[in-house]
Design a protein around this ligand. Sequence first.
Ligand SMILES: CC(C)(COP(=O)(O)OP(=O)(O)OC[C@H]1O[C@@H](n2cnc3c(N)ncnc32)[C@H](O)[C@@H]1OP(=O)(O)O)[C@@H](O)C(=O)NCCC(=O)NCCS
Length: 179
Amino acid sequence: MVLSLTDEFRRIRRLRHDDVPQLMIWDNDPALFHLTGKKFAHDEDETQWWNQLIRDRSRLMFAIVNDDGQLIGDVELQQILWRAREAEIRISIGDKAFWAQGFGSEALQEMLYAAFQLLSLERVYLRVRLDNGRAIRAYEKVGFRAVARLTATGRLSGFPDLQLMEVTRARYAPLSKRA
Ligand SMILES: CC(C)(COP(=O)(O)OP(=O)(O)OC[C@H]1O[C@@H](n2cnc3c(N)ncnc32)[C@H](O)[C@@H]1OP(=O)(O)O)[C@@H](O)C(=O)NCCC(=O)NCCS
C-alpha cells in the first residue's frame, strides 16, 4: 500500500520500484542481515515482490535518503493492524558509511510522525537484538522503551535474545518543527 505523504519529509520518501535492486544487494550483506533478518527470499523476483508490496495493506515502506537525496536505506511499518491501531517498525541503513550520524533516528522520527499523526496509530513496536547497542540507542532517542526480553526457545533455540521495545503516540519525541 502506498501512503501519499502530505508533509515535507527530509529523511524519508516513498519507496520506488527502482529502489528495489539496491535493497536486494544490501539484503545479501551478512553484516546487515545478521542484525535485521532477510527481506527477500533467495532468488526472489523483483517485480513480483514489488507488486505484492504495493497491494499489501499491512505494510508501508519508505526509502531513507541522505542530504543529496541518495538512497541509503529503508524503513517500514509492517504487521499494521488498522483496527488495533498498532504496527511493527523495521529499519535498515544499508550504506554503512551513514551509520551513527543521526540519519537513522531522523528517519525513525519521520516514520513515527507518519504513523501517529498521519495514520492515527496508537502504538509502534519493534524487536531488536540485545547486542545491537547502536540500534537500541537510536530507538531510545526517539522515545522507544524496552518492555520485554524475548528468549528464543524450541526450534529457534540458539538464536540471540531480542528486546521488545514500544512507543505510544503519547510518548514519542515529535519532530521539533512539528512539535
Ligand atoms: C540501527 C540504525 C538504523 C541506527 O541508525 P544510525 O543512523 O546508525 O543511528 P543514530 O546515529 O541515529 O543513533 C545511534 C546512536 O547510537 C550510538 N552508538 C553508536 N554505536 C554504538 C554502540 N556500539 N553501542 C551503543 N551506542 C552506539 C551513537 O553514538 C548514537 O547515539 P548519540 O546520538 O546519543 O550519540 C543503523 O545503524 C542501521 O541500519 N544499522 C544496521 C541495521 C540494523 O541494526 N537495523 C536495526 C535492526 S533492529
